[in-house]
Unconditional design. Sequence first.
Length: 422
Amino acid sequence: MKKKTFVTLDQVKEMNQQYPTPFHLYDEKGIRENARKLKEAFSWNKGFREYFAVKATPNPFILKILQEEGCGTDCSSLTELMMSEACGFTGSDIMFSSNVTPAEEFKKAKELGAFINLDDFTHIAFLEETAGIPETIFCRYNPGGFFKLGTDIMDNPGDAKYGFTKEQLIEGFKILKTKGVKQFGIHSFLASNTVSNEYYPMLAKILFELAVEVKEKTGADIKYINLSGGIGIPYTPDKEPNDIMVIGEGVRKAFDEILVPAGMGDVSIFTELGRFMLAPYGCLVTKAIHEKHIYKEYIGVDACAVNLMRPAMYGSYHHITVLGKEDAPCDHKYDVTGSLCENNDKFAIDRMLPKIDMGDYLVIHDTGAHGFAMGYNYNGKLKSAEVLLQEDGTTKLIRRAETPKDYFATFDFCDILDNVKQ
Ligand SMILES: *Cc1c(COP(=O)(O)O)cnc(C)c1O
């Protein structure tokens, strides 16, 4: 499938008068339409709710949009809880799916009345000591081994640090019951960025069967199944996007076959999607500022891995469109690089693109989730602004770019840098 940008060259030129490149741009219309489709796909389940994984795009303006579409938030840190609270998410609007959790974070989650999702058996005692056991609790399941769809190995839960074993989960539910828990949820996250309509239905089957077994063995009242994140997006043009309606139907089928006959037809399905909710509806807009001809052809842009880490960190493919040259032949082979003193700071390696001229705008696709969020400040590089393309076509600044003052802010207790701190 040809990958298209959600902005044109003319729009970007106009934006650039107001916002210097690089900047992350988000498409409000795309975000809303997709969120509505997800809701529709699971409308057969009365209690369905999406808890957006805040870590994917921790921006209050984005959270507000998703809140208007009926989503809650999925948090895993103190600041994510604080941001959710500030945006008006409270109580059952918040899922707290953390791991290696500091005491203060459990305290905060409990104080907010969030759903707490325990990652480990030992967290039962830790939570009891630090914050107390609430009446509703979730536990995260790790089946171990390999997770397969047919003959394809999707991921390796046996090697993942998350979750309870089945024996621990059953034992844990029994203990939690004696400690006053009334309602239970089961959570699992077995594969990341799946571009397959079968992942969620397969995961649902595993969790539904587990729920029936756990209920039989412990008598626990299981009210919620949290399918977590993991629905992916097609980063490369050769992949077809997931069909969320097909996914919703697949989960419904497993629900009707397993939970309904077990008298558990009132279970609510939750999701904690991040990538699926946001990735395609964000892009990184950057400008070509240097070209270099040595053993290879290089295009240097004004963004770097600080703005988008996935290619450097995972070798991830992100599609690139040279604005205004959408229909030009891709007859030049380039490495598209940032400015870090780090050779893996490359957005593309040996990528066939149209001839790039200095000043051309490049749109790096699918950066709406795990894009800006993973940024860091290596080489003292500053993080960019985030801009929202609103439904009426106007833009709004939803995070300003960092300035040197922000970079030096953590030295505010001393005077050595006083002359550059302003
Ligand atoms: C990261 C994460 C998610 C979101 O994952 P995506 O791949 O963005 O859908 C959901 N739940 C938990 C617990 C996570 O850690």
